[in-house]
Design a protein around this ligand. Structure first.
Ligand code: AP5
Ligand code: ZN
Length: 217
């Protein structure tokens, strides 16, 4: 399956993507994670991306599309993928459509995670991420690590993302509403959107998502 996951910052896209990708045996492709890996490896792309991410803005389309395309061309993505955080505006969505069309492929579903803004703010404020692996995500109240500040999975140090400060979160939410939400209408016109509530326990949301996706196959 080829799926796009969309939802506001802190909706739980990364958390759900990990379970869904495993259940569906497809790779989880997160442009946010790819940028963070570039930042920690201090690549030129990482240096460029960091300035935009820290301000809560989108990284320019040209570099983002090229990076996402490159990842989707890896052998493990040949039979499907779960995109998390990409596309993030209509021009990225159009570029994705073009790329897929050229390869004779198309999307199967766009899963839209709906969460009220006050919950999103709580989720982001308490989020802690592992320095070794950005897919190792915790929450001080909802998913506390066994030992404070230490990743349960690999023992790495847990930290608060630079873009999780209050001001940057406000900016990211504004960018979501103005630039990313329009892709929902873009994909609705293609009959691809399934909207589910992302409230409740993580496994309840995964169950809801699996149920919704099963109707698209
Ligand atoms: P990105 O990394 O994609 O960030 P985001 O979309 O803002 O999403 P988050 O990672 O903040 O949240 P999430 O929905 O994955 O939530 P999570 O699962 O962690 O992008 C960051 C930046 O990179 C962008 O601002 C931009 O600058 C740049 N970028 C990335 N892609 C781009 C693109 N395509 N174009 C241009 N720029 C791009 O969950 C949040 C917290 O809640 C966690 O602590 C988790 O444990 C907890 N939680 C999850 N589910 C539940 C639940 N059901 N109940 C209770 N707690 C929960
Ligand atoms: Zn870890």
């Amino acid at each position: 399956m080829r799926i796009v996951l969309v939802g506001p910052p802190g909706a739980g896209k990364g958390t759900q993507a990990a379970f869904l990708a495993e259940n569906l045996s497809i790779p989880h492709i997160s442009t946010g994670d790819l940028f963070r890996a570039n930042i920690s490896q201090q690549t030129e792309l990482g240096k460029l991306a960091k300035s935009y991410m820290d301000a809560g803005n989108l990284v320019p389309d040209e570099v983002t599309i090229a990076m996402a395309k490159d990842r989707m061309e890896q052998p493990d993505a040949e039979h499907g993928f779960l995109l998390d955080g990409f596309p993030r505006n209509v021009s990225q969505a159009q570029a994705l459509d073009e790329t897929l069309k050229t390869d004779g492929m198309k999307l199967d579903a766009v899963l839209d995670l709906e969460v009220p803004e006050d919950e999103v703010v709580k989720r982001i404020a308490g989020r802690r991420v592992c320095r070794n692996e950005s897919a190792h995500v915790f929450h001080v109240s909802y998913k506390p690590p066994k030992q404070e500040g230490v990743c349960d999975v690999c023992g790495g140090e847990l930290y608060q993302r630079d873009d999780d400060s209050e001001d940057t979160v406000r900016k990211r939410l504004e960018v979501y509403h103005t630039q990313t939400e329009p892709i929902i209408d873009y994909y609705k016109a293609q009959g691809l959107v399934i909207t589910i509530s992302a409230l409740g326990k993580v496994d309840e949301v995964t169950g809801r998502a699996m149920e919704a996706l099963s109707q698209k196959t």
